[in-house]
Write a protein that binds this ligand. Sequence first.
Ligand code: FPP
Length: 240
Amino acid sequence: MTDLPAPPPTHVAVIMDGNGRWAAQRGLPRTEGHRAGAKAVRAIVTRAREVGVRVLTLYAFSAQNWRRPTAEVAELMGLLIEFCRKERRLLQDKDIRFRIIGERARVPAAALKAAELLERATRDNGSMQLVIALSYGSREELVDATRSLARDVAAGRLDPGAIDEAAVASRLWTHDLPDPDLIIRTSGELRLSNFLLWQAAYAELYVDSRLWPDFDAAAFDEALASFGSRERRYGGIGPA
Ligand code: FPP
């Protein structure tokens, strides 16, 4: 049994990496790796809710992932649609609110419809938020926020001198979410890959060598235990 931190991190964000390698190791097509990855999502959502995490953000598709072969993109969008339909019951039973963040305009209509339906159906659930980063890129998000601020300055509604951290954060797609406390990345890569760059300022980073389809509830507990053993100083000499 792994010792879990009390209280648990409020917001855990995960870079789900390694589906392709998982499939390659088994001589399977990449799409099978993504299928196995989608199954792992259910286990981690369930575990996060059990241990009292309030926000779980999963990096499902980056703004750069549109460059992947059409068939792979279609498979990933199909898996998202399937997830939205199949896991609706789980989310309602566990009082979990579903949301997406990212460039909605680029998401194919069927996938966007499935996601937005689930957002509406679960909007009053309050025990945990499951945030799926879909066509998400942190630089894209910061560009969008900058344009929004610039528009208000140009229109005379905002004084440039009044732009502070809170003003920038208020224009991000995550404006109503707390910053992540813990960012987990699977498959051993030591990169943030354009994920929550602004929001990650004081996040604890945890890298697991397992490939995403092999990342289970016990692995999630290990990440939480590691988080619990860290001392967070926020640039000072003690907690913020
Ligand atoms: C990275 O593995 C993973 C992705 C690009 C997609 C993540 C998607 C899922 C886990 C399934 C769908 C999600 C939901 C929420 C239903 P990779 O393909 O880059 O792996 P590799 O680095 O080993 O090639």
